[in-house]
Design a protein around this ligand. Structure first.
Ligand SMILES: NC(=O)C1=CN([C@@H]2O[C@H](COP(=O)(O)OP(=O)(O)OC[C@H]3O[C@@H](n4cnc5c(N)ncnc54)[C@H](OP(=O)(O)O)[C@@H]3O)[C@@H](O)[C@H]2O)C=CC1
Ligand SMILES: N[C@@H](C=O)C(=O)O
Length: 263
C-alpha cells in the first residue's frame, strides 16, 4: 500500500500562503482532509473556504504563532490526540536577511524557535502515536542552503542544516517502524518569504514557481524518497555526496588521534 493510501488528514504548518498553501491545495485535490496552521486567521480561512468549496474535503484551521509556547502546545495537543492525522507537514519557516554580523541574538533565537524548535516539538508530539499505530509521515521543509554555508545566510542556513540532519536521523531510527520521513530541499522559490526577510526576489536568478516546486516535492513523496531536492538535475550528485560522508564513518571511532594530529 502507498504511504498516502493509508492516510487521511494532513496537518500543514505555515499554510496561509506560499509553499504551505500550495501543499494544502494539492493534498485537498488528492482527497485529504486538512488542518491548516498559521498566525493570520483571515488568510487561513480564505484558503480553507476555497478548498472546501472546490474539493469538498474537511478543512480545520488553527491560528497559532509557533514561536509562542502556548500556541505551539495547542498544535501539539491536536497532533497527539487526533488519530486521523497521518501526515505532518512541517513547513512554517522564516528567513533572515544576511549573515551573523548584522543579525541580533534575539532575531537568531526567533529563527531557531520557528525553524527548529517548533518543527521538533510538533514531530515529537506525533511520533509516539505514529509508532503505536505503526504508520505515519513527517515532511520537513528544509532548503538547499542546508548544503551551502557559502551562501552566507547565517542562522537561516544553520537552521535548515538542522532540519536536514534531523530528518535523516528520524528516518534512520523510525523508518523501518512505519514512519516515513521526507526532507524537501527547495532552492529559491517565488513566495512572500523574500519580501518578509527584506529581499527582492526579482533580483535573484533561477527562481522556481511555487506550484512547480510543490508538485516536484510530491513526486518525491510518492516515491517515498527521504531526501528530495526538486531543482537538482542529477540525483547522482547527492548520492555521491552522501556516499562520501558515509565512507568516513568507519574511520571515526579511534582510540588515538590521527597521525596528522600527533605532535
Ligand atoms: N521560498 C523559498 O525560496 C524557499 C523556502 N523554503 C522554506 O519553505 C518554507 C515555506 O516558506 P515560504 O512558503 O517560501 O514562505 P512564506 O513566507 O510565503 O510563508 C511562510 C508561512 O509560514 C507562516 N508562518 C510564519 N511565521 C510563523 C509563525 N511564527 N507561526 C506560525 N506560522 C508562521 C506564514 O503565515 P502567517 O504569516 O500567517 O503566520 C506562512 O503561511 C519555509 O520553511 C522556508 O524556509 C526553503 C527554500 C526556499
Ligand atoms: N528561503 C530561501 C533563502 O532565503 C532559501 O531557503 O533558499
Amino acid at each position: 500500500m502507498s504511504i498516502e493510501a493509508k492516510i487521511t488528514t494532513v496537518l500543514i504548518t505555515g499554510a496561509s500562503t506560499g509553499i504551505g498553501a500550495t501543499y494544502a491545495d494539492r493534498f485537498a485535490k488528492r482527497g485529504h482532509n486538512l488542518i491548516l496552521v498559521a498566525r493570520n486567521g483571515a488568510r487561513l480561512e480564505e484558503v480553507a473556504a476555497r478548498l472546501r468549496k472546490e474539493t469538498g474535503v474537511t478543512v480545520d484551521i488553527i491560528v497559532a504563532d509557533l514561536t509562542k509556547s502556548a500556541d505551539l502546545a495547542k498544535v501539539e495537543t491536536r497532533l497527539r490526540d487526533d488519530k486521523d492525522i497521518g501526515i505532518l507537514l512541517n513547513n512554517a519557516g522564516a528567513a533572515a536577511h544576511g549573515g551573523f554580523e548584522t543579525s541580533t541574538a534575539d532575531a537568531q533565537e526567533n529563527l531557531i524557535a520557528l525553524n527548529i524548535t517548533a518543527l521538533t516539538r510538533l514531530s515529537a508530539a506525533v511520533i509516539p502515536r505514529y509508532l503505536a499505530q505503526g504508520q505515519g509521515a513527517i515532511v520537513n521543509i528544509a532548503s538547499v542552503v542546508a548544503l551551502a554555508p557559502e551562501l552566507q545566510l547565517g542562522m537561516y542556513g544553520a537552521t535548515k542544516a538542522y532540519v536536514l540532519h534531523y530528518s535523516q536521523a528520524l528516518h534512520v531510527e523510525l523508518g523501518a517502524r512505519g514512519v516515513y520521513v521526507q526532507a524537501v530541499l527547495p532552492a529559491a522559490t517565488r513566495t512572500e518569504i523574500w519580501e518578509r526577510s527584506g529581499r527582492d526576489v526579482n533580483e535573484i536568478n533561477g527562481v522556481m514557481e511555487v506550484g512547480e516546486l510543490v508538485d516536484a516535492a510530491l513526486v518525491g513523496f510518492d516515491r517515498a524518497e527521504v531526501i528530495t531536492i526538486p531543482p537538482l538535475p542529477d540525483a547522482a550528485q547527492w548520492e555521491t555526496f552522501n556516499t562520501a560522508r558515509q565512507a568516513m564513518l568507519p574511520n571515526l571511532a579511534q582510540e588515538h588521534a590521527a597521525k596528522r594530529y600527533q605532535a
